[in-house]
Design a protein. Structure first.
Length: 572
């Protein structure tokens, strides 16, 4: 069977340091910089005292590092002269930061190099001609800038030039607030600023997270907006003929946008290639239940179309996907087709705290969780899928509750568990025995070596991480129930807002046997790679369009037995 993976990526996400004013100790991992170096993949998130390495994009190991700027946000990795370089943006209290270099990342030994600098979210880009450029910016008004630097000393060669600014009037996805809604209650803490393009007074929106990709002689500057705490955290592409531009926004933006599903958000990212030349996009994903910087990492297929348009595929972006074993084309689908069998399934637990029942591990929302009673001697969570299904994979998303750890200090205990399924003869079969686990894993993905036909599943938690109380934000079971795909959606409507064309309102009748619907859209009927995944609802208002563009829309229902054909495509 081909290797598969499932977002969020299962990493050792570090606990936040004390003093962050979180509701309780929680983890964070964001702003991922990923490069392929010596045929291995290296991933460096913010606030991590090391980096991660993988041979296959599915299994990651932690490598501690002896660099001193691990507290900075917006890390950068780049290869230059057969060496790997690492730096971050400004650390805590705006402390300047240097760069570090190694020829052997596995050794954990890094040497300080170059001067220190004071910039937000740096991205160093060594071009093919040997010249080096620094892109940076992290603010509500300044936009992003670029300047050439000496490739050996990293000192500026010339002054910085502004290269990208937000347009909140025309680009709905640039607007802050949950669902880009600009709800006064959601944006009351945001100051008003003047839109750089139209001069109107609008709530502030962050622009940050520079990354540069060179493809077929063109330069693709990636930026992020409007705020990491929202489900609509996203990335744009600005395209230009030189490292200095002039850069123009790609017509088909945003590049990266995942506002619906189990875990949302896909901003402040990096773009890299695998050994087959396929592009991937590693993004920051939002939890923000205990602290606005409680975040995780997701990895998505990406690429370029023949006309130079850069795209990212985030349809079913938190379901299992195959790791490619060949060069992919735009229409190639690495989604496994394994459907979610556990959504709103009957659940039971040995105990539950008030407000945190067993059902919250099956509601497809990483921001809610089942939490066991602190005096439960044998915490257990079980689920009845309702019928015998063919199960292909399970994902256990452990949450933090009552933990006693900050940073890398404090209680070092990790989660230990036993995952079991009940067979037709009513015996329980162990599927994953992690009773002796020593790895600090949070989003455990268990693809099965062989499919299992079963209905009942349970997880027994033997130990919780960091002295906390056992908790699960998602006990997700993937496969097929044999019922077949639901009916195609034929009865639906969509209307563009006459006063604000950034807004479109869609309504539909969800077919029987469908537990969800994908809203798909794009600038051409054969390019519907933008997706908003919905579940039980039958209407959705999108505030994320470009007011100057015409869009093509279609709806796609899905259920435990598969995905239906798309509805007719409509132009608005």
């Amino acid at each position: 069977m081909m290797t598969t993976y499932c977002n969020p990526v299962d990493l050792t996400y570090r606990f936040q340091r004390d003093g962050r004013k979180a509701l309780e100790p929680c983890r964070e991992g964001s702003d991922p910089a990923v490069v392929r170096f010596h045929d291995k993949y290296y991933l460096c998130p913010s606030k991590t005292e090391g980096l991660f390495v993988s041979d296959d994009l599915a299994h990651w190991s932690f490598l501690p590092g002896d660099f001193t700027n691990s507290e900075g946000y917006g890390p950068d990795l780049w290869e230059h002269g057969d060496r790997l370089f690492l730096t971050t943006g400004l650390a805590g209290d705006f402390v300047p930061t240097p760069a570090f270099v190694t020829s052997d990342p596995a050794s954990g030994h890094w040497v300080k190099t170059g001067p220190v600098w004071s910039v937000g979210d740096p991205k160093f880009f060594p071009d093919a001609d040997g010249r080096m450029y620094l892109y940076h910016g992290c603010s509500t008004q300044g936009g992003l800038t670029v300047q050439e630097v000496d490739p050996e000393t990293y000192t500026p060669v010339e002054s910085a030039v502004s290269v990208a600014r937000l347009d909140l009037k025309h680009c709905g996805w640039h607007r802050p607030g949950e669902n880009n809604s600009l709800d006064p209650e959601q944006t009351s803490g945001l100051d008003a600023v003047r839109c750089a393009c139209c001069g109107d007074s609008l709530p502030e929106s962050w622009q940050e997270g520079a990354w540069m990709t060179r493809h077929h002689g063109q330069y693709y500057l990636q930026t992020s907006q409007p705020g990491t705490e929202f489900n609509i955290y996203s990335d744009d592409i600005y395209q230009g003929p030189t490292p200095f531009g002039p850069f123009a926004p790609q017509a088909d933006n945003p590049l990266s946008f995942k506002p619906g599903g189990f875990i949302t958000g896909a901003g402040h990212s990096s773009t890299f290639t695998d050994r087959f030349g396929n592009y991937f996009h590693a993004s920051t994903m939002r939890i923000a239940a205990r602290h606005i910087y409680e975040r995780r990492i997701g990895i998505f297929p990406a690429g370029f179309l023949p006309d130079g348009t850069m795209y990212c595929q985030q349809r079913f972006g938190d379901y299992p996907h195959f790791v490619p074993e060949k060069t992919l084309q735009y229409d190639d689908n690495v989604f496994t087709g394994w459907m979610l069998l556990s959504y709103h399934a009957d659940a039971d637990a040995s105990s539950s705290q008030s407000g945190h029942p067993a059902a919250l591990a099956f509601d497809e929302d990483i921001r809610t969780s089942w939490i066991a009673s602190p005096d439960d001697p044998s915490p257990l969570l079980s689920v009845d899928l309702g019928s015998e299904c063919t199960v292909m994979a399970v994902q256990l998303n452990f949450a933090e509750s009552g933990c006693r750890r900050y940073g890398m200090d404090g209680d070092v205990r990790v989660y230990r568990w036993i995952l079991e399924t009940r067979l037709p003869d009513n015996t329980w079969q162990c599927v994953d025995d992690a009773s002796e686990n020593t790895e600090d894993r949070t989003h455990v993905y268990c693809p099965l070596s062989q499919p299992i036909r079963s209905r009942h599943w349970r997880v027994r938690i033997l130990q919780a991480a960091a002295g906390g109380i056992p908790a699960l934000s998602g006990f997700r079971i993937f496969g097929n129930d044999g019922s077949g795909a639901p009916a195609r959606i034929d009865n639906w409507s969509a209307e563009r807002d006459g006063e604000d064309p950034c807004i479109v309102r869609l309504r539909w009748q969800r077919p029987s046997h469908a537990y969800g619907v994908n809203i798909r859209w794009g600038l051409r009927p054969d390019r519907l790679h933008h997706t908003w995944q919905c579940h039980a609802e039958e209407e959705r208002t999108l505030h994320c369009l470009d007011s100057r563009q015409k869009y093509y829309f279609a709806l796609e229902s899905f259920g435990r037995g598969g995905v239906a054909a798309c509805s007719e495509v409509r132009c608005l």
